[in-house]
Write a protein that binds this ligand. Structure first.
Ligand SMILES: Cc1cc2nc3c(=O)[nH]c(=O)nc-3n(C[C@H](O)[C@H](O)[C@H](O)COP(=O)(O)O)c2cc1C
Length: 180
């Protein structure tokens, strides 16, 4: 699969078979995700691969703000990746001040690039993913014993797709672009 095909055929997958993904495959996916660009090459993203059913269920029952759809996704997946970030580096100067008016916004910018890189690497290997943003980050941090000084950025369910969802609509290029 070439890069453009990979980007164009990735879908958010919310239903999975019971097939498990090996540690070797996760290492290969994260080996790709770590190549994502980061603020001053700060490389603050961390990946917590959760396959313990009890922990996934705890997150499902206590940490997703009652979101029914995400609950079903978490029931279906047998692995959930917690994308976390080391706080206070991305977007900051060495003296702790912000470099730009976007402040700590660059932290989520880096997290987004890493998440997409992770999802594309997984897709290329035949795995489906769904990035989930609806959760209580303090509760998720507690559920996975996140080290002090890190924050949960996103949940990413992953597995072998039960089926490939239809593509979701996109705006036309003309609506999105302005040439000067
Ligand atoms: C930051 C972010 C948060 C998202 N949160 C959720 C979520 O909580 N639950 C969910 O089912 N999908 C979530 N999605 C997936 C989007 O709904 C999905 O990407 C969008 O509908 C386009 O579909 P596609 O990914 O199949 O192209 C999220 C995506 C992003 C980028």
């Amino acid at each position: 699969m070439d890069a453009i095909e990979c980007m164009k055929t990735r879908r958010s997958v919310r239903r999975y078979t019971e097939e498990k993904i090996t540690k070797e495959a996760f290492d290969e996916i994260i080996d790709v995700a770590r190549m994502a660009p980061t603020w001053k090459n700060s490389q603050t993203l961390r990946y917590i691969v959760v396959s313990d059913r009890a922990v996934i269920d705890k997150i499902k029952d206590e940490c997703i703000l009652g979101h029914e759809g995400n609950g079903k996704t978490l029931t279906s997946c047998n692995t959930l990746v917690i994308l976390a970030q080391v706080n206070g580096r991305c977007g900051y100067e060495r003296d702790g001040s912000f470099t730009t008016s976007k402040g700590a916004g660059w932290e989520m910018f880096d997290a987004g690039i890493a998440a997409q890189t992770f999802c594309l690497a997984a897709h290329e290997k035949g795995y489906g993913t769904c990035i989930m943003g609806i959760f209580d980050d303090t509760k998720v941090a507690e559920a996975v014993n996140l080290p002090e000084g890190q924050t949960v950025c996103a949940l990413i369910s992953i597995g072998v797709p039960k089926f490939i969802p239809d593509p979701t609509p996109r705006k036309e290029v003309e609506e999105l672009v302005r040439y000067i």
